[in-house]
Design a protein around this ligand. Structure first.
Ligand code: ADP
Length: 260
């Protein structure tokens, strides 16, 4: 009888091990597929500015007698695409670092100072927008200083990028119990209901943003990076938006004090 029970347990264990193996194989396959998709998307995104740079340089080399203003236009194009390429590479590196498991470096971070620094820089750089600073509570938490600064920068730059001149950008940092809440809102182009669930996907860029007179030259990676940073801090990030009205981004981060 004991032998029989023993055999049953054996079979049970083997079944569990087999199903764990199947599950881990499925996960590996899913991960590999996701990685391949990411690589394909990344190469496609890199190729677009590259071919524009290549085509335009060829034009300049072949037609040396073009009028000055045409030359200038081509050069401006080359410059803009080079800048875009630079942004793509640095965003991709950032994501790759995250994927490779290089986590965050925690220190005590005065969050209010970090967000106010970014806020003031943006205010200086965008004289044609209106800025409304709401409540800013003093909040110090454990986190990665540079990454949190980048998080604030992504949200504030998006607000400015997708809000036409004359529009308003607002920011608030509030303590809500054991959490810090950073809120950035704008009166910009907004995001449609169909696009909203996709904005955190890598390389996704919504239609409304593309329809802005001038292409703001986004990479579609900012919000993926913002979400990664938020999750590394065990927080949550959400976006609310209405097409043609504006967008509000909300980040909630647990306030963990320095451990004794
Ligand atoms: P990007 O580099 O294109 O800005 P993000 O990942 O930061 O990439 O954002 C993804 C897309 O979400 C943007 O291309 C834009 O369409 C939309 N989006 C993000 N923030 C805003 C905002 N504040 N207002 C309107 N659309 C936004």
């Amino acid at each position: 009888f004991r032998g029989f029970i023993g055999a049953l347990i054996d079979i049970d264990d083997r079944k569990k091990a087999e199903s764990a193996l199947v599950q881990s194989e499925m996960l590996t396959r899913q991960l590999m597929e996701a990685q391949q998709r990411f690589l394909a998307d990344a190469s496609h995104e890199l190729r677009t500015p590259l071919s524009s740079i290549q085509g335009n340089s060829e034009l300049l080399m072949r037609y040396t007698h073009l009028p000055e203003d045409e030359k200038k236009e081509i050069l401006t194009d080359i410059y803009r695409e080079t800048a875009r390429l630079g942004r793509l590479v640095s965003d991709l590196l950032q994501l790759a670092r995250g994927d490779s498991g290089l986590g965050i470096r925690e220190t005590e971070v005065p969050l209010h100072e970090v967000v106010l620094d970014v806020w003031r820089d943006l205010e200086r750089m965008k004289p044609d927008h209106r800025f409304g600073l709401q409540q800013v509570d003093e909040i110090t938490l454990m986190g990665d200083h540079d990454r949190l600064k980048q998080l604030a920068l992504i949200l504030l730059e998006n607000a400015a990028k997708y809000t036409p001149k004359g529009g308003t950008i607002q920011m608030a940092l509030m303590r809500a119990g054991e959490e810090a809440e950073l809120c950035v809102s704008d009166t910009g182009v907004g995001i449609s209901k169909e696009d909203l669930p996709r904005v955190f996907e890598r390389f996704f860029r919504a239609d409304a943003a593309r329809s802005l007179g001038e292409d703001p030259g986004g990479t579609g990676l900012g919000l993926s990076i913002a979400r990664w940073i938020t999750e590394q801090h065990e927080g949550t990030i959400t976006l609310e938006s209405e097409l043609g009205v504006g967008t509000t981004a909300r980040v909630r981060l647990p306030i963990r004090a320095l451990e004794a």
